[in-house]
Design a binder for this molecule. Sequence first.
Ligand SMILES: [Zn+2]
Length: 270
Amino acid sequence: MAESHAATWAVIGGSGTHGCDFPEAAGSGARILDEGLVFETPAGQSPPFSLFETAGGKRVLHMQLHGWRAGVTRGQASQQVFHVLARAGVKRIISEAGVGSLNHLLDPRDIVIPDDFIDLTTHRDPAPVAGGRLLIMRDPVCPVVAGALLEAARGQAGGRVFGRGTCVVTEGPRFESRAEIRMMQPHGDVIGQSMCPEVWLARDIGAHYAALYIVVNYAEGVVRDWEHEVLKEIFEEDAVRQSRIILQAIDAVDETAGCGCGELSKDTLL
Ligand SMILES: [Zn+2]
């Protein structure tokens, strides 16, 4: 990878910003440095990345993981992305996505910044990218990056904002059955398809990780049947707000603040 593609931040784009041209659409002063960057990795050719600089001068690699490329599983795509992020020197990652609500108190357009997860994926490569470390998942999300997201989200008009919640991660790309949701509902607040393996691959490559989720529908059997039209509206109308929150959070993070993430990766004993 060329030195000119080095970056200390990454944004893994999902369905929350899919409806707009990230990051320019946010109008937050981010400047594209390069785009259409495709890298060869041990897991195959990466999805296209862009490299941009925030108004505060932070260099950020961005790719859109929403959508499935023919012949590439979601797990393979994550492997490709994290090989690129490791080589670029990325130390902080924000991931965003649209999620379903398991907690019946949540409504569409609420924002959840998760602090824990349950991995129910079934077909994702469990191999680490860097390897050689014992990855402790006691506090999987970086409190400093998550705190900046929470503050930025609270400053934007829109739905309610919650600073904690457990995300149950499923394989996708299909949605879940009513019986599956009944099984999962006691164990989580939201359901999504992206937090794993990202959250632990971030720790594997020595990066801090936090996620910004917007509730786009009720999970099956929760509150009431969700409406496709509302889902589409949220994707289209809330993408700019999500983009602004992410860019504001990146510039607000104090990179010298202690967070404890580094203590949760130890020399492997095996
Ligand atoms: Zn951290």
